[in-house]
Ligand binder design. Sequence first.
Ligand code: NDP
Length: 261
Amino acid sequence: MNRLAGKVALVTGAGRGIGAAIARAFAAEGAAVVLAELDGATAQTTAREIAEAAGSGAARVLAVPTDVTQAASVQAAVAEAERAFGPVDVLVNNAGINVFADPLTMTDEDWRRCFAVDLDGVWNGCRAVLPGMVERRAGSIVNIASTHAFQIIPGCFPYPVAKHGVIGLTRALGIEYAPRNVRVNAIAPGYIETQLTHDWWNAQPDPEAARRATLELPPMKRIGRPEEVAMTAVFLASDEAPFINASCITIDGGRTALHHE
Ligand code: NDP
């Protein structure tokens, strides 16, 4: 408890899935949390749940409809967070979408949609908070990448290209602003059970077979839970990780270390 006491955090795509778990964990650790989410209704519901879990008046939580593909929208969310709670100490760039296609039949629209959310969205978040963090010489940015950031599955193009970019952005900004005590790190989750994963299973010819195959892949014979990603986000956001910068922590139960099934 209270590992993030006194901090103000903004989490993108926090209405559901990994982002919602991170927002819950941050609030439980004492942070004021802003849920910057495309779907305003989902964000409100999650914010209400967080407030209820904390008891009356205890949680400082706010839902702000935000589209990470629009720089002005993210800047407005940061401004609203600052008005409500003060300067943003922690940003989690979590919003992301799966765009899985065959490279040569993929449409230009698919390419742009993928990069608009998965890479531009991360940059829009970073550039909205960095000026304040640099000025205050304090801040932690956590970018949710993916194991697709360093491993390729055929047919998943161009999602891994954007996620490779997230690692590049993390490393570049981490180095750029290290002298100002702003840390920029990434988390690379493997399969985590969220709506995104269920949508992917349901898009397969045999959803149940796809689900079973996914559960067989990891050495631990299970996929991850959003809360397991949230615990690492708390650590990276907190003052317990002051010398971790421009790094990426993989959360996949050992899957990427496995050479053969
Ligand atoms: P979900 O689809 O469950 O949640 C993503 C959230 O982001 C949704 O609430 C969605 O809102 C929101 N969002 C989408 N587009 C935007 C946008 N333009 N602006 C603001 N919010 C937006 O996904 P996960 O929780 O599974 O994934 C979260 C992150 O983790 C993503 O970056 C994903 O790539 C990454 N990841 C997930 C893995 C997994 O197995 N689940 C594995 C590796 C990485 P709406 O519902 O309105 O679209």
